[in-house]
Every structure is written in C-alpha cells, then in structure tokens.
Design a protein around this ligand. Structure first.
Ligand code: A2P
Length: 271
C-alpha cells in the first residue's frame, strides 16, 4: 500500500484510496483542492449540496493535471431524488464542475424514490456521463431493497465511519457483495482526535492521531475522505504509508466503537 494505491471497483474502474473531502470547506475549497492536488491527492469528493462544485472544477483546471488522472465524485441531492430530476441534476453538477463526466455519482441519502433514481443512473452510466455509480448513507436494509430491484450492483457505499462509529453489519454486507466502503467523517469531524488509546499509538509511531485513524481505516479496506482546509493537515493526512498497525492494534482500535454518530441517522433523517 502506498500513496498511489487504488482499489479495483466491481465495475472494473480503479479509485484512489485516499480523497480530499470538501464538505463545509466553503470559500476555502479551491485552495484546499489545489493544495491537495499539489500534495499528490488524485481523488476529490464533493456533492451538489455542498455548493462548491464550481470551486472544485476551477481548481482541477488550474492544477494543469490531466482530467483522466483525477477521480471526481459528486452526489445526487435528496430533492432531486424525490422529484425524479436525476438527469437534470447530473447535468447541473457537470456544468458546475466544468466536466463532461464524473468518475463516481452517488445517491446522497436513501430518500424516497432512490430505487427509481438509481435505475436512471444506470442509464446515465451507459451514456458515458458517469463512470461508476454508487450510494451513500445506505444501511444494510436499504442495500438489500436496492439490490433486489436494480441491474447493477453499486460500486461504492459511502457511510459515516470513524473509531466511534462503525456500522459492522452494513460493512460486512458490502464486503459480501463487493461494494467498496468509503468513510465520511473518518476523524469524527475532529471528535476522535483526543481519544487516549489512539494517542498511545500515535506516540509509538511518531504519527498524529489523525494519521493513526486514517491508517486503521485503510488497513480495514475502507477508503478515506478526510476534510481539511489547511495545507499542513492535507499533507499530513496523506502521509500514512510509512507505518503499519499490528493485528492487536487493529483490534484495539476496533474496540473503540460506540455506534455514536456525529451526523444524521440514515434510518430517520428529515431533509
Ligand atoms: P480543518 O478543515 O480546519 O483542518 P472529518 O474528515 O472527520 O469530517 O474531520 C474534519 C475535521 O477535522 C475538520 O474540522 C478539520 O479541520 C479537522 N482535521 C482534518 N485533518 C486534521 C488533522 N490532520 N489534524 C487535526 N485536525 C484535522
């Protein structure tokens, strides 16, 4: 595993295992993406609802890095799922990004109508506007329902995952169905950066708590999307390929799970 490592998705595409997340990056988005691309990131994770797709697109163009070397994810918002404006929503996102395809398009939340939305995304994939299709915030029950009605197994499920929030049942189901899991809020939005047991490991490896957490997730086979608007942290979050947690240390990290969400619950959200 090194910083160029990519995971093979079930549709044959390859995705870099570490991405810059830009939720709540606001006016700092363009600089953060430019800093990340300079640091070696080749995977950016945005969403229509973050209201920063334009800044992401500008940074990609300004970086001078060829389009096909960068993996771009965006997400279909709930209002567009409910009103079945899938094609229109994707076109808007592509226009915002200034791109003619996205590498990954995700159903952002299991809002009512997600099966129909997904079936439309299957068509958009065939048309070449989306390389890979996936979902976000789907629990096992949502995935079971989806898989029973669609033709293509999602390549990704992006869910809140950090030391205090591991949905083992969903992760296991994804593994069995060759769906790659991505962790949003891998640092618990910062809440996991003061856990004493992780500090002990950080001291042992001369790494930060953030680096230990991200490394633990990668070793579990989970793709990470840490968010930061600070160049030093963006660099730090990628510098996790020169140490390895032991089997015992992985178990110790796994035991920190409290099923404690920092974000909304996919079984009862109201937006
Ligand atoms: P900032 O953007 O000011 O750097 P998550 O990805 O789990 O949502 O966590 C993001 C939060 O953690 C943000 O508040 C971010 O702040 C902070 N953060 C990201 N990377 C680090 C790091 N290496 N050390 C400390 N805080 C970090």
């Amino acid at each position: 595993m090194n910083q160029d490592t990519k995971v093979l998705l079930n549709d044959g595409h390859r995705m870099p295992i570490i991405a810059l997340g830009v939720w709540q990056s606001q006016e700092d988005t363009k600089k953060a993406v430019l800093d990340a691309l300079k640091a070696g990131y080749r995977h950016i994770d945005t969403a229509f609802v973050y209201d920063n797709e334009r800044a992401v697109g500008e940074a990609i163009r300004e970086s001078g890095i060829p389009r096909n070397e960068i993996f771009v994810t965006t997400k279909l918002w709930n209002d567009d799922i409910r009103s079945y404006k899938i094609r229109e929503a994707l076109k808007t996102s592509l226009d915002n990004l200034g791109l003619d395809y996205v590498d990954l398009y995700l159903i952002h939340w299991p809002a009512e109508g997600y099966v129909e939305a997904y079936l439309e995304m299957e068509k958009l994939q065939k048309e070449g506007l989306i390389r890979s299709i996936g979902v976000s915030n789907f629990r096992k029950s949502h995935l079971e329902n989806l898989l029973s009605q669609v033709h293509i197994i999602p390549s990704i499920n992006q869910i809140e995952t950090n030391p205090q929030m591991v949905d083992e049942e969903t992760i296991q189901f994804c593994k069995e169905n060759k769906i790659v899991v991505e962790a949003w809020s891998p640092l618990g939005s910062g809440a996991c950066l003061s856990i004493p047991a992780i500090q002990i490991l950080a001291n042992k490896y001369h790494k930060s708590l953030a680096q230990v957490i991200l490394r633990w997730l990668l070793q579990k086979g989970i793709v990470v999307l840490p968010k930061s608007i600070h160049e030093n942290r963006i660099i730090e979050n990628m510098n996790i390929f020169d140490f390895e947690l032991t089997h015992e240390e992985m178990n110790l990290m796994n035991q920190l799970n409290q099923h404690k969400r920092t974000g909304p619950d996919p079984d009862c959200f109201n937006f």
